[in-house]
Design a protein around this ligand. Structure first.
Ligand code: FEO
Length: 402
């Protein structure tokens, strides 16, 4: 059902509390696909929704206004979560024309066959809604090439599409009504926006001078205060997301690599450093990616399987590359029975393909057994933290320029 933001701005989006996956992110608190209705002389919809949710969407829209009254539908971003149901919305709003970028116009035709009633707008262009005015701000590659933000000048409301989003159910309208959801924002950012951090940074620079009363993204809650803090949080995620933290990822079958991972974690903790620990067979790849994004160091371990590290790790490495780990500190560890091959191959992978600075390695035949073995693993954890804290910290600020 629709929610009122002001007398003139309504949330008419779709709540999907049962969703547990979005772009590969595990979403324990569901998701939302936001759409907004501006009640101006010329009523205007900002962003749409995906096909499966059209009935819910039309119910929300119709609870505020007759669809035939809508004059404009602004498409900030063409990804299917926002335009999958656009053809049907246009049918139900026969007097509305779509406003979008020239690239979005091309995408709408290619993706959905929508050709009629679409008008391209340009950067900085203003659009008259009678008693209110829209201004369009182009921000290509946040998250696709056709994206733009829309500013409702009179109400100081910015509709930035995916930027400033979080994949969380529509439990409330405003962000300040939620319990902390920083980790959910982090995971969303890691897969949706960190890979295009350069353009995110540029978009933030472009919108920074706009006066804000509302920040209305296409996912998650609406912000109505603390704008400097919110923008600063996203700017940090784009520019320098790393904290004093170690991500530890391992693959195990007979628990030897797991025991080593736990001992390394103990060493990290003894140095007063945070860590996140993941068994790759039980963990979400995007969450592990988001952890690595916000960590200054990583430790990766594996058993040896027919001369290689566990193949599941091969699925993780491209995620690391997408977030750029170049210059970060790393350690590798593992076990073998016949020949010691997984750890050297892990080291080579991390150094040569991912650009890590590998500062330590440990490999035990048939796993660690003695107190001395576990002490060496703890020592590796301590060394990793020490090296991390002494590293130059020269990392890829902008992943898409690596
Ligand atoms: Fe919410 Fe990039 O779509």
């Amino acid at each position: 059902m629709a929610d009122k933001i002001t007398d003139d701005i309504y949330w008419i989006g779709v709540d999907n509390p049962d969703s547990r996956d979005f772009h590969g992110i595990y979403t324990p608190r569901g998701g939302s696909y936001n759409s907004y209705l501006i009640r101006a002389d010329k009523p205007t919809i900002i962003d749409g929704t995906n096909k499966p949710f059209i009935d819910q969407y039309l119910e929300s829209l119709s609870s505020v206004i007759g669809p035939e009254e809508v004059q404009y539908i602004v498409v900030n971003h063409v990804e299917p979560d926002h335009t999958g149901a656009l053809s049907t919305i246009m049918e139900k709003c026969p007097n509305a024309i779509v406003l979008c970028t020239a690239k979005a116009k091309e995408f709408l035709e290619a993706e959905w066959g929508i050709v009629e009633r679409v008008e391209a707008v340009i950067d900085g262009q203003e659009y008259d809604l009678g008693n209110k005015k829209l201004k369009f701000v182009m921000d290509p590659m946040v998250h696709w090439p056709e994206t733009m933000m829309t500013y409702l000048v009179d109400d100081k409301a910015l509709f930035p599409a995916d930027l400033f989003g979080a994949e969380i159910s529509h439990e409330h309208i405003f962000a300040d009504e939620y319990e902390n959801f920083d980790e959910i924002t982090r995971d969303y950012f890691a897969i949706v926006l960190r890979p295009v951090a350069g353009t995110v940074k540029a978009a933030i620079g472009k919108m920074k001078d706009l006066e804000l009363s509302f920040l209305c993204p296409s996912h998650g809650p609406v912000y109505r205060k603390d704008f400097d803090k919110v923008i600063g949080k996203f700017q940090k995620l784009a520019e320098k997301p790393e904290e004093d933290k170690v991500t530890i990822v391992y693959s195990t079958i007979w628990h030897s690599s797991e025991k080593l991972a736990n001992a390394i974690a103990e060493g990290v903790k003894e140095e007063g450093c945070e860590y996140e620990l993941f068994d790759i067979s039980k963990s979400n790849l995007v969450k592990m990616m988001a952890s690595a994004m916000t960590s200054k160091a990583i430790a990766i371990g594996s058993l040896t399987m027919l001369g290689m590290y566990h193949p599941m790790l091969e699925a993780y490495f491209p995620f690391l590359k997408l977030n750029c780990q170049r210059g970060k500190t790393a350690a590798v560890f593992g076990t073998h029975g016949w020949v010691p091959t997984s750890v050297p191959k892990l080291k080579k992978k991390l150094e040569e393909e991912l650009g890590y600075n590998v500062v330590g390695e440990l490999d035990f035949r048939f796993g660690p057994k003695t107190d001395g073995d576990f002490a060496r693993a703890k020592e590796l954890g301590r060394k990793l933290v020490s090296e991390m804290r002494h590293s130059s910290g020269e990392q890829c600020a902008i992943p898409n320029k690596q």
